[in-house]
Ligand binder design. Sequence first.
Ligand SMILES: CC(=O)SCCNC(=O)CCNC(=O)[C@H](O)C(C)(C)COP(=O)(O)OP(=O)(O)OC[C@H]1O[C@@H](n2cnc3c(N)ncnc32)[C@H](O)[C@@H]1OP(=O)(O)O
Length: 205
Amino acid sequence: MNIYEKMHSGEIYSCTDENLMNKQMKCLEKLYDFNATRPSEGEKRQALLKEMFAEIGDDCYIEPPFHANWGGKHVHFGSNVYANFNLTMVDDTHIYVGDYTMFGPNVTVATGGHPVLPELREPVTQFNIPVHIGRNVWIGAGAVILPGVKIGDNTVIGAGSVVTKDIPANVVAVGNPCRVLREINEHDKEYYYKDRKINIKMDTV
Ligand SMILES: CC(=O)SCCNC(=O)CCNC(=O)[C@H](O)C(C)(C)COP(=O)(O)OP(=O)(O)OC[C@H]1O[C@@H](n2cnc3c(N)ncnc32)[C@H](O)[C@@H]1OP(=O)(O)O
C-alpha cells in the first residue's frame, strides 16, 4: 500500500510525507484561487469547483471562504448543495454529501484524527475515516461532524452540535454530544418554526 492509499485506508500513517504534501499543495493553490474570486464571478467559481472536487453536481453553491485540507479533492457533492460561509472540510479522505443538503455558516466536517497515545501523536501520525451526509440534510451553524459519522436523509442537525455518532434519517438532532431530539412529524407539516404556521402552498415553492 503506498502512502496515498494508506491515507484512505483508515490506518495510521505519517501525514508529513513529502510526496503527499506536494500533491496537497496543488489542491491548495486552486482553493486559494476559488476564495479569491469576486461575488460576481459565478461562472469562474463553478469551473474551479469542478476542478477542485472529486465530484460535484449541478447548481451547487459554496459561499467563500471555503476551507479544505485537500481543497475538495476527496469531497463528493450531489446537486443543489448549499454551503454558507466558512465550511471547513478536513477532506483527508472521502466526504459524501447528498443532493439538496445545506450547511449553515462555520460548519466543520472532519475525516481526520490523531491517535490519543502521546508517543504516536508526536511523530505526527494520523488516520482518516469517511463521512457520509445524506440527501436534503440541514446542518445548523457551527456544527462539527466527526470522523466516520453517517447522517441519514432529511435530518436536521441543530446549530452548535458536535456529532460524534451516526444520526438516522428524518429526525431533528441537537447538542454536544448530538442526540436525536425528535422525529420529523405531523406538526412540521403545519408549523415551520415553533408556533409559526406554514402559510404557503407546497406546490408554489
Ligand atoms: C444553510 C444556512 O445557512 S442556515 C443559517 C443558520 N441557521 C441555523 O443554524 C439555525 C439552526 N436551527 C436550530 O438549531 C434550531 O434550533 C432547530 C432546527 C434544531 C430547532 O428544532 P426544533 O425541533 O424546532 O426545536 P425547538 O426549537 O422546538 O426546541 C426544542 C428543544 O431543543 C433545544 N434546542 C433547539 N436547538 C438546539 C440546538 N441547536 N442545540 C441544543 N439544543 C437545542 C431547545 O432549547 C428546546 O429545549 P427545551 O425542550 O429544553 O426547551
